[in-house]
Write a protein that binds this ligand. Structure first.
Ligand SMILES: Cc1cc2nc3c(=O)[nH]c(=O)nc-3n(C[C@H](O)[C@H](O)[C@H](O)COP(=O)(O)OP(=O)(O)OC[C@H]3O[C@@H](n4cnc5c(N)ncnc54)[C@H](O)[C@@H]3O)c2cc1C
Length: 538
C-alpha cells in the first residue's frame, strides 16, 4: 500500500501545476502537488495575462485580487513596442494599448502580473480548495498500470522518500519534463534557437519611462536583440536577451560564461547611455525554443504547460496556454473520477489541446522571428494571426462536442464570429440577475449549463428531466426567469439561436451543443446529447 493516496498527483508546482490543483479543487477533486523548489516563483518570468486566463481567474474568485496586484505592479493597458535603445525612443509599435479593441469580447481585461506575484494567489486558492502542496519535494520515479500511477517522491531536506498512488497524474514539470522523457514522448518543432538570459536590474528609470504606457519594449540594435519589461515605480526592470552582436549574424549563446560585468554592459547598450547607475540583481538562464510534444496523453498521465509545448516569450502566450491546458483537463478528470463521464472524455484532451497548442507555438515563433531575429529564415513562417484569435478564438473538435459541421477543422477565428457555434468559447453578453450586472460567463464554470432563450421553456423543462436521467448536475437558466434578464436583447443573436432555442455549455465555458429553435425539445434529445459529450455511449 502506498504512503499517500490521492485522486490526482501533479508534478511541478509552478504556474500550470498550481492552476491544475486549483481548478481540480474547484471541481471538488483533491490533488497532491510536488514542487522541487522551496516555494513559488522567485523570478517574474510570465506577466502578460490574457483575457481568457482572467476569465478563468474570474470563475474561481481570483479576478479582483489579480487586477489589484496588477495595478500595484504595472501601468494598466501598457503597450508593446520596439526601440533601438530606450533613450532613442520607439521605432515600432506592436500594441499601443493592451486592451484596445478587445474590451467588448469579455467581462474582464488583459493585465500584466508577474509570475512571482500571481503564483502565491494561485497557491492560496488551491490550498483553500483542498489541494496539498509540497515544496522542496521532487518526484523521483513513477510507474503506471491499468488502474493508476504509483510514484516515489523525495523530501529534499530530509531525504525521506514516500510512495504516492493516484488514479491520474498531471505532468506540469516544465520544458525539460522528466515525465515526458520517461514516457519517451518527443518534442517536434523548431528546436532551441538561443541560450537566452534575463537580467534583473535596478536603475532610476522613471525619467525615461514615466508618462509612457510601455509594458514590453523590444530592443533591436547592432549589439543585441531582446526585450525590457518595466514595473512601477520604475526603479527596477528586466532585460531579456535573445542574441548578441549584429542581429543579421548574431551569437545565439548569450548564457555561457556570462559575467556580471557583461550583463551590466548589455543593460547599458539596451538603455543607450553609460550615465545611469545600474545594479544587477539577478540573472536567469533559459533556452528559447518552439516545440510541441508529439503526444499529450499516455495512459493515465497528461502533459500540461511547458511540458507539452515550449515557445519564445514573444506574444506572452506560454503561461496562458498552459493555464488553458489545466482548465480543459480539470473538469474532465473530475467527471471521470466521479463516475459521471466515461473514460473516453479524457481522450478528448489531446485532440482539443494539441491544435491550439501547436498553433500558439507557431504564432510565438513567428513573432520571435519577425520582431527580434532577422537572421532566421522567414520561409514557411506562419503568418501572424491576431492576438485575440490566439487567446480567445481557439476552436475544439472532439467527441465532447456535438459538431454542426464535421468538415470544419479550423483551429482559430475571431471570437466575435463564433456566435455560440459548438466547439468555441461561449460568448460574453452582459445580462442582469436580480438587477445586478453579470456576464453570461458567470453562469458557467462548475457544471454543464443549459441556457435557453426568452421563449425556450420547452428546453428548460426537458433539461431538468434529462439531468435526472443522466445523473449529473445541470445548471438550467432561461432568459426572463428567476430574475435573469437580457436588457440589450442580444443573447440569442450572440449565440446564433432564436428566442426558442438553447445552448449547452461545458464546465470550461465551451459550447458543447445548441438548438436553434424549440424543434425536438424533448428530454430524450438532451439525454442523448449529454451522454454523447460525456462519452458514455458505446
Ligand atoms: C522571460 C520570460 C518571459 C515570459 N513571459 C510570459 C508572459 O508574459 N506570458 C506568458 O503567458 N508566458 C510567459 N512566459 C512563459 C511562462 O513563464 C511559462 O510558459 C510558464 O512558466 C510555464 O509554466 P509551467 O508550470 O508549465 O512550467 P514551469 O514554470 O517551468 O514549472 C515547472 C515546475 O516543475 C518543477 N519540477 C520539474 N520537475 C520536477 C520533479 N521531478 N519534481 C518536482 N518538481 C519538478 C520545477 O521546479 C518547476 O517549478 C515567459 C517566459 C520567460 C522565460
Amino acid at each position: 500500500m502506498a504512503d499517500i493516496e490521492v485522486p490526482v498527483f501533479i508534478v511541478g508546482g509552478s504556474l500550470v501545476g498550481l492552476s491544475a490543483a486549483l481548478l481540480l479543487g474547484h471541481h471538488g477533486i483533491g490533488s497532491l502537488v510536488v514542487e522541487h523548489h522551496r516555494g513559488t516563483a522567485i523570478h517574474p518570468r510570465a506577466a502578460q495575462t490574457s483575457q481568457r486566463t482572467m476569465e478563468i481567474c474570474r470563475q474561481v474568485g481570483l479576478e479582483q485580487i489579480v487586477r489589484q496586484k496588477s495595478e500595484e505592479q504595472f501601468v494598466q493597458d501598457g503597450g508593446v513596442l520596439a526601440v533601438e535603445t530606450l533613450v532613442g525612443g520607439p521605432i515600432a509599435h506592436y500594441i499601443a494599448d493592451l486592451n484596445e479593441g478587445v474590451r467588448d469580447v469579455s467581462p474582464t481585461v488583459r493585465v500584466f502580473l508577474s509570475q512571482d506575484a500571481l503564483e502565491p494567489q494561485l497557491r492560496k486558492r488551491a490550498e483553500e480548495l483542498g489541494a496539498e502542496l509540497r515544496f522542496a519535494t521532487e518526484m523521483v520515479s513513477f510507474e503506471q498500470d491499468a488502474h493508476g500511477v504509483t510514484a516515489v517522491i523525495r523530501d529534499r531536506d530530509s531525504g525521506k522518500t514516500q510512495t504516492v498512488r493516484a488514479q491520474y497524474m498531471v505532468a506540469a514539470d516544465g520544458a525539460h519534463s522528466r515525465v515526458r522523457e520517461r514516457l519517451r514522448i518527443r518534442m517536434k518543432g523548431h528546436g532551441t534557437f538561443s541560450k537566452s538570459i534575463t537580467i534583473y536590474f535596478r536603475a532610476h528609470l522613471a525619467p525615461l519611462i514615466e508618462g509612457h504606457k510601455w509594458a514590453v519594449v523590444y530592443v533591436l540594435n547592432r549589439q543585441l536583440s531582446g526585450f525590457f519589461r518595466f514595473e512601477k515605480p520604475f526603479e527596477k526592470a528586466f532585460l531579456g536577451v535573445f542574441t548578441v552582436g549584429n542581429p543579421e549574424n548574431p551569437v545565439m549563446d548569450v548564457s555561457t560564461g556570462l559575467t556580471d560585468q557583461r550583463s551590466l554592459e548589455l543593460v547599458r547598450m539596451a538603455i543607450g547611455t553609460d550615465r545611469l547607475p545600474i545594479t544587477i540583481e539577478n540573472i536567469m538562464h533559459w533556452e528559447a525554443s518552439a516545440d510541441m510534444a508529439e503526444q499529450l496523453h499516455d495512459g493515465r498521465v497528461f502533459l500540461a504547460g511547458d511540458a507539452a509545448h515550449t515557445m519564445p516569450p514573444n506574444g506572452g502566450f506560454g503561461g496562458n496556454v498552459g493555464v488553458q491546458d489545466a482548465h480543459n483537463l480539470a473538469w474532465k478528470l473530475a467527471l471521470v473520477l466521479q463516475g459521471r463521464a466515461g473514460p473516453g472524455l479524457l481522450s478528448t484532451y489531446e485532440p482539443e489541446r494539441r491544435p491550439p497548442g501547436a498553433f500558439t507555438v507557431e504564432q510565438a515563433y513567428s513573432r520571435y522571428v519577425l520582431r527580434t531575429a532577422p537572421h532566421l529564415s522567414r520561409d514557411g513562417l506562419q503568418p501572424v494571426a491576431p492576438d485575440l484569435n490566439i487567446e480567445m478564438g481557439y476552436i475544439y473538435h472532439s467527441d465532447a462536442i456535438v459538431s454542426e459541421d464535421p468538415n470544419d477543422s479550423r483551429v482559430h477565428e475571431n471570437p466575435r464570429e463564433s456566435k455560440g457555434r459548438p466547439g468555441t468559447r461561449a460568448p460574453h453578453v452582459w445580462l442582469q440577475r436580480h438587477g445586478e450586472q453579470i456576464s453570461t460567463l458567470d453562469l458557467f464554470g462548475r457544471n454543464f449549463t443549459l441556457l435557453a432563450g426568452p421563449e425556450g421553456d420547452a428546453w428548460t423543462e426537458a433539461a431538468y428531466d434529462a439531468s435526472r436521467r443522466v445523473g449529473i448536475d445541470l445548471d438550467v437558466h432561461k432568459i426572463g426567469e428567476n430574475g435573469l434578464t437580457d436588457p440589450s436583447g442580444g443573447f440569442p443573436a450572440a449565440y446564433g439561436i432564436t428566442a426558442t432555442g438553447t445552448v449547452l455549455v461545458r464546465p470550461d465555458g465551451f459550447v458543447a451543443w445548441r438548438a436553434n429553435t424549440a424543434n425536438g425539445a424533448l428530454p430524450e434529445r438532451i439525454t442523448r446529447v449529454l451522454a454523447t459529450v460525456l462519452c458514455r455511449l458505446g
